[in-house]
Design a protein around this ligand. Structure first.
Ligand SMILES: *Cc1c(COP(=O)(O)O)cnc(C)c1O
Length: 329
């Protein structure tokens, strides 16, 4: 059975590193969306809690219910209002025209579109949104924005930050004791001065990506299904994309693209953590390689697979099937 090993110490060290950077664990909104980026929300929740995290962000209500016994504050990022919102959760307003569709009294954070143009209310419509929120008798607890290019050294980050400052001061004229947040992992790790009056929504950095002082938390293991000697000239797997020039002891392991691996087509050289090549194409439920014993580490750094597949570590991680057991090491 394939397994995902979660390194508890690494996760704790990363969180401690982040807490130190922001000054206080109460200013962190741990982003736990999509099963904590594939790491397993339920397995990490008690660890985060033990380090003082009491605020998380998730994708939808299902994820919020999954964590309701762990955290006091749960912000739902991608909610479509249905009028029966749970008073325990905090819901994002992504769209000004849907404000009246939330249940009276619902706790909300208003998202401001400062330049990403994905979700949220335009700067010029903030006052209008406030009127609608008051009319719908919603309980505004915070405002936030999201940067489109926090990981790049271009000017847009500063433009968006400036707009959010303006949004904050508009809000402060009308409401007291709201919370504000804009920084994600890469904004926090830009090594610039950080705002003192904000919370921080931290996702990928918790898991060890984005700064050299962080440690990778997740490693993915597969287990041997069978072994054989591949004779010179024989091939393994669909399409015969790999064939050996000399006799080779190979083995087939129990992890494939149905488990969330990207489908490698056998071209270009994709390597396991031990630097052995995957031989031939990845199948739905298995892959083959030189015999590496009963258990093999597929990867312990998603960046390597992300580079190979021309994507980002986020995608490699969240694709890992929720049915793969997650265990703490
Ligand atoms: C996913 C997400 C984050 C976390 O981003 P990281 O880059 O993983 O830190 C923060 N805010 C919003 C709105 C998100 O969707």
């Amino acid at each position: 059975m394939s397994v995902i090993k979660i390194n508890q110490k690494a996760y704790e060290n990363n969180l401690k590193n982040i807490i130190k950077k922001v000054g206080n664990s109460s200013k962190i909104i741990s982003v736990f969306k999509d099963n904590a980026y594939g790491h397993g929300a339920k397995i990490l929740a008690p660890i985060a809690k033990s380090l003082g995290i009491n605020f998380v962000a998730v994708k939808n209500e299902k994820e919020a219910y999954n964590l309701e016994n762990f955290f006091e504050n749960i912000l739902i990022l991608s909610h479509r209002p249905h009028g029966n919102e749970n008073p325990k959760f905090i819901y994002t307003i992504n769209e000004i025209s849907k404000i009246q569709e939330y249940k009276i009294g619902t706790k909300i954070h208003l998202k401001i579109d400062t330049g990403m143009h994905r979700n949220g209310v335009y700067m010029e419509n903030i006052e209008d949104a406030f009127l609608k929120i008051d009319k719908a008798k919603l309980n505004l607890e915070g405002i936030f924005t999201h940067f489109s290019s926090a990981d790049e050294m271009d000017a847009s980050f500063f433009v968006q930050r400036e707009k959010f400052f303006q949004a904050k001061s508009l809000t402060q004229k009308r409401y007291e004791n709201l919370i504000y947040h804009s920084y994600n992992s890469s904004a926090l790790f830009r090594n610039q001065e950080i705002p003192q009056d904000e919370f921080f929504r931290i996702g990928i950095a918790q898991f060890g990506y984005g700064d050299k002082n962080l440690e990778k938390v997740l490693s993915l293991y597969a287990h041997k299904l069978s072994e054989r000697i591949l004779k010179s000239g024989q091939s393994v797997g669909y399409g015969r994309s790999f064939s050996t020039e000399k006799n080779l002891k190979i083995a087939t392991y129990d992890l494939g693209y149905a488990d969330g691996l990207f489908r490698y087509n056998g071209q270009g050289g994709l390597f396991l953590a031990n630097n052995k090549k995957i031989l031939g194409k990845i199948s739905m439920d298995s892959f083959s390689c030189e015999d590496c014993g009963d258990e093999v580490c597929v990867f312990n750094d998603a960046e390597i697979w992300a580079d190979f597949f021309n994507t980002i570590s986020y995608e490699i991680l969240v694709k890992l099937h929720p049915d793969i057991p997650r265990v703490l090491i």
